[in-house]
Design a protein around this ligand. Structure first.
Ligand code: ZN
Length: 428
């Protein structure tokens, strides 16, 4: 399947999941995972009971919404959760009553600088109720009594997460993690889970040196709960990892390295991006914002990076109703899928090689001498000789590629040819 077909399928999946009201917990998350399970056969759902301690945090009560609306003095239903789930403040307390506009105003959230969009606002850990609306709508509200009804339920339930596993030849694992806690928002958030599904499908058909772990958690508390339950295994097995977020628009390509900044995943990502998306922008770990905050924290310290399109917090549509099905596109998603495939492929193929010959080997007698010599391409004999010259048992493939100024992707077929003829051996 070509990447654009994959991008189209991802966009369809985002459209299907878009209306669902997701949050840190609740049935919207479970329904989302049920749809993803159709895509990822080996997906397993786990529940962590409310009140469970996870390091310094406690799993909150489960939150579910039955209904929420506001009726104005003229009797018109002006804000309706059923019409757009962003209208309701995330983790809103229940409320039922009639209040004057002045009092209602204390519970309204809008963005004066972006008057036409509904902001996405949550209050997970400070109990309150509220509604979010376009500032232009807010300015039209007339004085008078407003009927407010918020039918939400807090219960001793659980936090839901899911994981899938694809075994490889080695026990070492590549960790792919994304979150599933935002309501009707496309780039941040649904682009991440749908890219996970696409990568699962692709990796399931590939020969895998590494094992792959796919994790779907509510952001922050879910990642902390997941790490607290799997700490030893994550520390022991994780070879490299990515947090998948904001991968659906076409405006930019962004890279956030791991906290260490020079882990293999950072070197591989930068190398791939330099050739496949030279316009990419690198951010600092100081500008982190998703679950790499947990995976990379001291004591956990996993090599986890993030390749994004427009990074969270940097685009005006972020956390508003404008982060919608038009903002993410099949093309934007396809490019992310392609970049991740290239990075995972290079992680698989990146090894340390050593030449088996003393002095330069004679390529001609093996039929390996390039018959077509073109300056600056892998057909250039210089590239053949440079690859062999730096295959010294110390540098890995990415290191050689960087040093000789050729993309590692171009070197892979040459390496395979040399291995076949016994001119190279794998050191690690
Ligand atoms: Zn977000």
């Amino acid at each position: 399947m070509n990447p654009l077909d994959t991008g189209r399928h991802m966009h369809d999946l985002i459209s299907e999941l878009f209306p669902e009201c997701r949050s840190l917990s609740g049935n919207g998350v479970r329904r989302t995972l049920a749809v993803l399970k159709r895509e990822i056969e080996s997906l397993e759902v786990h529940e962590v009971p409310s009140g469970t301690c996870c390091f310094d945090w406690t799993v909150p009560d489960e939150w579910n919404v039955l209904n929420a609306f506001v009726i104005d003095p003229a009797g018109e239903r002006i804000l309706d959760f059923q019409q757009n789930n962003l209208h309701l403040l995330g983790y809103s307390l229940p409320f039922d009553g009639e209040i004057p506009l002045e009092e209602l105003n204390e519970h309204l959230f809008s963005l004066p600088e972006q008057p036409d969009v509904i902001p996405y606002v949550t209050s997970y850990y400070s109990p309150r109720w509220g509604f979010c609306l376009a500032h232009s709508q807010r300015e039209r509200l007339r004085p008078g009594m407003y009927r407010v009804k918020i039918d939400t339920e807090f219960s001793k339930g659980s936090l839901t997460y899911a994981e899938a596993f694809l075994p490889g030849e080695e026990e070492r694992e590549i960790l792919l993690s994304t979150y599933i806690c935002h309501p009707s928002l496309a780039n941040d958030n649904l682009s991440g889970p749908t890219l996970m599904a696409a990568l699962w499908k692709w990796l399931a058909t590939q020969r895998r040196r590494f094992s792959y772990r796919f994790v779907f958690v509510p952001e922050t508390i879910g990642a902390i709960a997941y790490i607290s339950r799997n700490f030893e295994a994550l520390r022991r097995k994780t070879y490299a990892g990515y947090v998948l977020t904001c991968v659906g628009d076409e405006r930019a390509v962004s890279f956030l390295p791991s906290r260490r900044g020079d882990a293999l995943v950072d070197r591989v990502s930068r190398h791939v991006l330099r050739y496949a998306a030279p316009e990419y922008k690198e951010y600092s770990f100081l500008e982190r914002g998703s679950d790499e905050r947990q995976y990379c924290s001291p004591g956990v310290d996993l090599p986890v990076a993030s390749i994004m399109r427009s990074k969270y917090g940097t685009y005006p549509e972020y956390h508003t109703s404008a982060d919608n099905l038009e903002f993410v596109t099949p093309q934007g998603l396809a490019k992310s899928f392609d970049l991740y495939c290239r990075c995972l492929d290079l992680l698989e193929k990146n090894r340390v090689y050593q030449t088996t010959c003393c002095c330069e080997p004679q390529l001609g007698k093996r039929g390996l001498y390039p018959t077509l010599s073109m300056k600056g391409s892998a057909g250039d004999v210089r590239v053949y000789m440079n690859l062999l010259a730096y295959a010294d048992g110390e540098r890995d493939l990415v290191g050689i590629a960087e040093h000789i100024g050729v993309s590692a992707e171009e070197l892979v077929p040459l390496v395979e040819k040399f291995l076949e003829h016994g001119l190279l051996r794998v050191c690690e």
